[in-house]
Design a protein around this ligand. Structure first.
Ligand code: SF4
Ligand code: SF4
Length: 473
């Protein structure tokens, strides 16, 4: 049996004061001086930590906002003196899709490499936009895979990238013809390039190092080759090349042959000549897998299917950062576009012959599992790895503006440690999800909508007969 996939981690504390959601306020005037003060009973020990923080205050503009919001102290104070406050800085984090909750939980995961704990239970809605309109079905009898979560059985999170034949072909009564090359990666995730709106921080060194430590692959714009090759922290560069997939930017200088030869996967932008370019690369580098990047704009889903019909082996479809179809008035969400492509590929009898990578809006590990259930083979994402470095997704990610997360000054150890920890936390949560669904193989998640429930479908089934089909606005 191959060695079990395990990521070695250690905690990497934040450099800056955390921007938590809750602070605790008390009014000492009426304090009864109980012998059993609720503050001493805080399960997270926050009051003692707050006192310590105030004694060693480095940033006078940051208050202590690390309360977990369990409300235990508020409910149990005999004089009702305590109340929780909401931190206004917290509410300013991110945007409507990359919510403060997502950013905060990503920080926690990057620090601890473990499954985040909210401390306050789930008090949100049970359905919403995007991936929140989809639930995974955890009603299986899951004993065997619960064992997997605790390490007694193995849950495999590996997936393949590359073309797989739909059937075995035997020529002249001999053995099966040679199978095309595939890449086996230990998690259904590749790390994408900086999106243009967040192109300011140069995170490649940390991301490439973390990808090498975790066995994953990072997509890197070929225009950044000179910077990577010249980075003393990434030497010898040859050992990192298997964990890099260059996106061949047509405006960048050509890559040296040795750099390309060391990689296993390369990406090209879509265009009229995409398949000719793919054939030329494969002729030069037999065994190289070529992915075509298709933006999910108007006609993007149809284009992805047409490329598969024409022989593309890997298609990387990318929606906008919030997972929406790009540049259309009534955009579809990434999960619906993945389902449309997956179904069309099945209909055309080509599903196994192409690997579908889906990016855009993948913000949480549950999104990775849900995208697979919709029909992707694996996902790509970038912003969570930038958030791992205490980025707040502010609106000033441009040269000349001050980065509130001071990302330019992070150390190599901190940067790689936080990215690696986040990958490990996503891996743990994928195993948790798969265990709860009764699944032992990430490859089997692909398109298994029987393990998922969709809000629109349930609503149509239950209420459609009474009120008619909901109109999309
Ligand atoms: S609300 Fe809970 S976590 Fe916060 S200070 Fe009170 S007991 Fe501690
Ligand atoms: S905190 Fe703002 S400026 Fe800094 S990396 Fe994040 S988005 Fe960019």
């Amino acid at each position: 049996m191959p060695e079990k996939y395990h990521i070695h981690t250690k905690p990497v504390p934040p450099r800056l004061p955390r921007i938590g959601k809750h602070g605790i306020v008390d009014w000492r005037e009426d304090c009864a001086r109980c012998h059993n003060c609720v503050k001493k009973a805080c399960v997270y020990d926050r009051y003692r930590q707050e006192a310590q923080y105030i004694r060693t205050l480095e940033y006078s503009d940051f208050l202590f906002f690390e309360c977990m919001g369990c409300l235990s102290c508020v409910q149990n104070c005999t004089k009702n003196l305590l109340c929780l406050t909401i931190n206004s800085e917290y509410e300013k984090l991110g945007n409507r899709y990359w919510t403060p909750e997502i950013i905060h939980s990503t920080w926690q995961q990057a620090e601890t490499a473990s499954v985040p704990v909210s401390g306050a239970g789930y008090r949100g809605k049970f359905a919403g936009h995007g991936f929140d309109a989809m639930w995974t079905d955890m009603s299986e009898i899951v004993r065997p895979t619960r064992d997997g979560i605790h390490g007694r059985e193995y849950i495999s999170t590996s997936v393949d990238i590359g073309k797989k034949p739909s059937y075995l072909n035997f020529e002249n009564n001999g053995g099966a013809v040679q199978l095309p090359a595939i890449i086996d990666i230990p998690m259904p995730l590749i790390i994408d390039m900086n999106p243009p709106a967040y192109g300011r921080p140069c995170l490649e060194p940390y991301i490439i190092q973390a990808a090498a430590q975790t066995g994953l692959i990072a997509l890197v714009d070929s225009g950044k080759w000179a910077a990577i090759d010249g980075d003393s922290r990434l030497q010898p560069i040859e050992q990192y090349l298997p964990h890099i997939a260059f996106h061949l930017n047509p405006d960048a200088p050509e890559l040296p042959r040795a750099a390309l030869a060391g990689t296993k996967l390369v990406e090209i932008p879509d265009g009229e000549k995409a398949l000719d370019t793919m054939a030329a690369i494969k002729a030069q580098f037999p065994g190289m897998i070529v992915s075509v990047r298709v933006p999910l704009e108007k006609g993007g889903t149809e284009r992805a299917v047409a490329l598969a019909d024409a022989g593309a082996e890997v298609i990387h479809v990318v929606a906008d950062l919030n997972g929406d179809e790009i540049g259309v008035d009534n955009p579809r969400f990434i999960k619906d576009m993945i389902r449309a492509i997956h179904k069309a590929l099945i209909k055309g009898g080509r599903r196994d012959e192409v690997t579908l990578i889906a990016g855009g809006g993948i913000a949480l590990p549950e999104h990775m599992a849900k995208a697979l259930l919709c029909g992707a083979d694996l996902v790509s994402s970038f912003l969570p790895f930038m958030i791992a470095l205490e980025c707040r997704l502010c609106k000033s990610c441009r040269p000349g503006q001050i980065c509130p997360a001071r990302i330019e000054s992070i150390s190599f150890e901190y940067g790689t440690g936080r990215v690696r920890n986040l990958i490990a936390a996503w891996h743990l949560q994928l195993i948790e999800l798969m265990g709860a669904m009764g699944m032992r193989e990430a490859r089997r998640l692909r398109g298994d909508v029987g393990r998922a429930m969709f809000f629109e479908e349930l609503e149509e089934d239950i209420f459609g007969k009474i009120f008619g089909t909901r109109k999309r606005t």
